[in-house]
Design a protein around this ligand. Structure first.
Ligand SMILES: Nc1ncnc2c1ncn2[C@@H]1O[C@H](COP(=O)(O)OP(=O)(O)OP(=O)(O)O)[C@@H](O)[C@H]1O
Length: 325
């Protein structure tokens, strides 16, 4: 296969698998990412997200299966893929001892960007990252948000059509995260495909489509809206009350209740049947003399959906096992 920017799919995976000895880190994942899409790749720690991204970027060889990135075969055309993607990990890959400009020059050299285009791209990165007044500052002295935008700029100096971001916002403050996502939207608006892993549910909501992986397997795929309406078999009861943390254990003993978790100032209870659960919880709370400000059936959040899908998978595989985040 030869590469091509005109393909409808920026990424395709067919039964992609990675084994480390006997351990299966990525288990036959099949999916497609469309050109220009912001695709979120989610899953608990150790689910296999980074391993998948490393195979897609041509850094790690799959044990089985195949795939393409920017139209290039991940098994046979890894070098072409590296030229056509940007990759940024949570570690940012910046040289702390170098200045902002020196870091940009270093990456421009790696990507072999020639003269005039190099100057133009360098100015673009400095402006995009808001570093005009700090271009000669040592990178070590920059705040986390600035480093993050500089790292993104360095990763996309060569204007790749596809960008892989592996937990790009971990460890930066909420305002910086928001600014970072504004940049992501701008890039996607220009037709760039974004493949991003994150642990933050608000960021998952910003994605066009999401894949959830767990223990190396793909367990859900769809838009945030589809996942909330189609993937969730249980219903959610939201409770606003005092001392919600003390109520988790007794509520989880109510018949039909699968799980209860703190949510804002109250609780989200995952149940087989909200209509039956609400009176049972009301009775329990009145027995304990806990005043309830509000108790209602509500739409699930993405976090509810993910917790529910992961717990369902755990029950299928090992009925006694508890989900450890
Ligand atoms: N080189 C390796 N050798 C052996 N096991 C590995 C190797 N790389 C990853 N693993 C294992 O594969 C599993 C998946 O790891 P991976 O880093 O892909 O998870 P992740 O979903 O990215 O997790 P996190 O959110 O913590 O980054 C983990 O159990 C990890 O310990």
């Amino acid at each position: 296969m030869t590469g091509g920017a005109n393909s409808d799919n920026a990424v395709t995976l067919r039964n992609l698998e990675k084994r480390f000895g006997d351990f299966i880190a990525v288990n036959r994942i099949t999916l497609e990412v469309r050109t220009g899409e912001i695709f979120g790749f989610l899953g608990p720690n150790g689910a296999g997200k980074s391993t998948t991204i490393r195979m897609l970027c041509g850094i790690l060889r799959p044990s089985a299966g195949n795939g393409t990135v920017a139209g290039f075969d991940i098994l046979r055309e890894a070098e072409e893929i590296k030229k056509n993607i940007g990759y940024m990990s949570q570690k940012f890959s910046l040289y702390e001892d170098l200045t902002v400009e020196e870091n940009i020059d270093f990456y421009a050299g790696i990507y072999k960007i020639p003269g005039e285009r190099r100057r133009r791209r360098k100015e673009w990165v400095i402006e995009m990252a808001g570093l005009t007044d700090h271009r000669r500052a040592r990178t070590a002295t920059l705040s986390g948000g600035w480093k993050q935008r500089l790292a993104l700029g360095c990763a996309i100096l060569h204007e790749p059509p596809i960008i892989f971001l592996d937990e790009p916002t971990s460890g930066v403050d909420p305002i910086s995260r928001r600014n970072f996502w504004d940049l992501i939207y701008q890039l996607a608006g220009q037709g760039v495909t974004i493949f991003v892993t994150t642990h933050y549910m608000d960021e998952a909501e910003y994605c066009d489509r999401l894949a959830l992986i767990y223990r190396g397997e793909l367990i859900a795929l769809g838009t945030p809206g589809e996942l909330k309406t189609e993937q969730m078999r249980e219903e959610i009861v939201e409770i606003a009350c005092a001392r919600p943390q003390e109520l988790i254990a007794p509520i989880e003993k109510v018949s039909g209740v699968r799980h209860a978790a703190l949510y804002g100032r109250g609780l989200h209870v995952v149940t087989e049947n909200a209509a039956a659960t609400i009176p049972a919880i009301e009775a329990l709370l009145s027995e304990r003399n806990v005043g309830v400000e509000r108790i209602d059936k509500t739409a699930p959040s993405l976090e509810d959906v993910f917790v529910s899908l992961i717990e369902a998978r755990d029950r299928q595989e090992a009925p006694q096992q508890e989900f450890a985040k």
